[in-house]
Design a protein around this ligand. Structure first.
Ligand SMILES: CC(C)(COP(=O)(O)OP(=O)(O)OC[C@H]1O[C@@H](n2cnc3c(N)ncnc32)[C@H](O)[C@@H]1OP(=O)(O)O)[C@@H](O)C(=O)NCCC(=O)NCCS
Length: 258
């Protein structure tokens, strides 16, 4: 084989690689599209629609950011303020605005947790709008990170009265089931470094600091940031991209080969 034919072959190879890459991207986009096409991500897990442990009697309901009723918007903002003002410190006013926008995004999906009580009037939590009081909520999205389809937990918020009763773990287990059922390869989330209770909770649930977390990308940048990105991966590719740190040189060699 002369030099020119070997060159031709390699350009064919490059073309093929590009096509494969494009097909891969299209397939991942389709996974995300399919996940969002489902209206209710919870009904597939009937055992997770109620929570009757530790004296709690709770139900889980699905909800979308676009159709969030005003009482739920008020509640979500109140609970976020109560739980997160401390961990965010002086960054809270700016963060509160970001969270207000994120709350109603069309991609936002929720698990709304209501407590079944005999007399809702006697409930003294943050819920102010009648009916079975809401005591907790989760906001999640399906998105692509490092070319991996992931379920990203935007919020996991429990009122004090339902904390430390296994509910947080139960909701994370449900999210992991939703992720797997919808072909996501990992669960990702962001946690404030100052939120030591949440750090301990996620560590107990076997979440690890992701290789895309600022502290793992560059310790100097990490030291300036107040948060870590944590993950739990479900397959070797996701593990390689989101858990194990990739050497930059490898990436530039890979890119050069395309
Ligand atoms: C953090 C939070 C989600 C945890 O949920 P929870 O229902 O209170 O926790 P659980 O009862 O399910 O605990 C699960 C496990 O984590 C451990 N854990 C929970 N909180 C802990 C803490 N503060 N310190 C150490 N371990 C903790 C529990 O001991 C339990 O371990 P086990 O399975 O061996 O019994 C909840 O307390 C909360 O909403 N906090 C305020 C908002 C917040 O910080 N959200 C997270 C933002 S990223």
């Amino acid at each position: 084989m002369d030099r020119s034919s070997s060159k031709k072959l390699s350009s064919k190879e490059k073309k093929l690689k590009r096509k494969e890459e494009l097909d891969r991207k299209k397939a991942i986009d389709e996974v995300i599209r399919m996940a969002y096409a489902k209206e209710d991500h919870l009904s597939e897990f009937p055992a997770f629609l109620t929570y009757q442990r530790s004296g709690l009697n709770l139900i889980m309901q699905p909800q979308s950011g676009e159709t969030l009723p005003a009482p739920l918007k008020r509640y979500i903002q109140a609970l976020l303020k109560e739980n997160m003002e401390g961990p965010y410190g002086s960054e809270w006013p700016a963060e509160e605005k970001v969270k207000k926008r994120e709350m109603v995004a069309s991609e936002a999906r929720y698990i709304i947790v209501r407590q079944l009580v005999e007399d809702p009037e006697k409930h003294d939590g943050l819920w102010r709008d009648g009916g079975d009081p809401v005591v907790s909520f989760v906001q999640f999205r399906f998105l692509i990170d490092e070319e991996i389809p992931v379920l990203y937990v935007y919020e996991l918020q429990l009122e004090k009265c339902v904390q430390k009763k296994g509910l947080g773990k139960f909701l994370m287990q449900l999210l992991e089931l939703v992720a797997r059922k919808n072909n996501m390869k990992a669960v990702l989330l962001t946690v404030q470094k100052r939120n030591l209770a949440a750090m301990a909770f996620y560590s107990k649930l076997k979440y690890v600091v992701s290789s895309i977390s600022p502290s793992r990308v560059d310790p100097l940048i990490g030291a300036e940031k107040n948060y870590e990105i944590l993950c739990k991966t479900f397959d070797p590719e996701a593990k390689a991209k989101l858990e194990v740190r990739k050497i930059k040189l490898d990436r530039s060699i890979e890119n050069a080969a395309l």
